[in-house]
Design a protein around this ligand. Structure first.
Ligand code: CA
Ligand code: CA
Length: 311
């Protein structure tokens, strides 16, 4: 008869004990993992809640600011709420920025000058302009410094160029010869718009943007903007100067009369595509929302929106 070293019942108890200990260890690991996840979720849910409030604030600011009767300087554009949320909105126009499609089509030499002022050698600026023109023109005849389908295919680029105007700054960077600007002027895209109807609106553009397009010294352009915005220093209020004509503005900006015909094509004093730049915030979290829109009769038509974190 075989003698059992441990009776059956003892062996069962030992294995049960091991099983229980394993379960305890397993459950402890789960509890630990869950507790750290819960803490993380709690933090991120607080952040998410504040971010959601900041976004709601930005939306609310846009609704207030986009009303036709509201002007810059109106107290309703700066509001704080009991839930810790706040917004601050500014009204401007899309044509406060440079439309590269328009300048390229009407006065490419001014775009070339801009690239040279950013520090590119003249020959690279000429190539960049010719390649941009090839990208948008409908034909397949490459300019001396440009590129059309055959040259793109040699670089393994199928379907390029698009032979139509650029829809955004990323598309402009598909033009190899233009990419020289990214190192020279990393913020180049911030000066550009693809949603305006064309000319830069001198009634709303800031001195720096006007300088980019005209090459005039910043000092005289700042004087022009100060005169334009009136005593309160805010653009778009009742005390703004009546500028009358683009020709008068050219004179105020110190531009030679002989340049008037060229600039008349790319500058305006009237544009009808509106923009609201609004910061929405909640308990230390802030976002900036830009909304481009147009009124068609009483209908507000949103053309573009962008949102980014605001420091
Ligand atoms: Ca082409
Ligand atoms: Ca003013």
């Amino acid at each position: 008869m075989k003698t059992q070293l441990y009776p059956q019942s003892h062996r069962r108890s030992a294995s049960t004990l091991l099983f229980v200990l394993w379960i305890i260890a397993f459950l402890s690991a789960i509890v630990l993992a869950l507790s750290s996840k819960v803490t993380g979720d709690l933090v991120s849910s607080v952040n998410r809640r504040d971010l959601a409030t900041a976004e709601q604030m930005a939306d609310r600011g846009f609704v207030v600011a986009s009303h036709k009767s509201v002007k810059n300087g109106d107290p309703v554009l700066e509001q704080r709420f009991p839930n810790g949320g706040a917004f601050s909105a500014l009204k401007t126009k899309e044509a406060a920025l440079i439309n590269p499609n328009h300048v390229l089509a009407r006065q490419p030499a001014l775009l070339e000058e801009m690239i040279v002022r950013w520090g590119a050698p003249r020959y690279l600026a000429i190539d960049a302009i010719e390649a941009l023109q090839d990208w948008v023109d409908p034909d397949d005849q490459a300019a001396a410094g440009g590129s059309e389908q055959r040259l793109y295919l040699e670089r393994g680029r199928i379907g390029h160029p698009y032979n139509r105007p650029f829809l955004n700054s990323s598309e402009m960077l598909l033009v190899d010869e233009f990419r020289v600007v990214t190192e020279l002027r990393p913020d180049w895209a911030d000066m550009m718009t693809f949603h305006s109807t064309g000319p830069l609106d001198l009634a709303v553009a800031d001195a720096e943007t006007i300088r980019q397009l005209t090459g005039q010294p910043i000092g005289i352009l700042q004087q022009f903007v100060e005169y334009r915005d009136g005593e309160d220093g805010i653009n778009g209020t009742d005390d703004d100067a009546q500028l009358g004509s683009v020709e008068l503005c050219l004179e105020l900006m110190g531009l030679d009369e002989s340049l008037a015909p060229a600039f008349a094509e790319i500058l305006t004093l009237q544009s009808n595509i509106e923009k609201v730049v609004v910061t929405g915030s909640a308990r230390g979290i802030a976002i900036e929302k830009q909304v481009t829109y147009q009124y068609r009769g009483r209908i507000l038509d949103v053309l573009a929106t962008s949102t980014k974190p605001k420091n």
